[in-house]
Design a protein around this ligand. Structure first.
Ligand SMILES: [Zn+2]
Length: 64
């Protein structure tokens, strides 16, 4: 497999589809950087915390 760290691409396609570095990218990153630094922003704890930062009120019934 061919990995392009600058463009965040791998020929296996997993990285482009999931936003997470695939095993091939992780192998390429192992000696240079942490793989979690190359995950899509949507997959970060900051994004998770921002998503669930607000209170969600329950709906009064199934019909609504
Ligand atoms: Zn790959």
């Amino acid at each position: 497999m061919v990995v392009d760290l600058g463009k965040r691409l791998c020929t296996c396609g997993f990285w482009q589809l999931s936003g997470m570095p695939c095993v091939h990218a992780c192998a390429a990153l192992a000696r240079v950087r942490r793989p979690d630094e190359f995950c899509h922003q949507w997959l970060t704890m900051e994004a998770y915390n921002n998503t669930y930062a607000f209170h969600i009120n329950p709906i009064p019934g199934q019909a609504l």
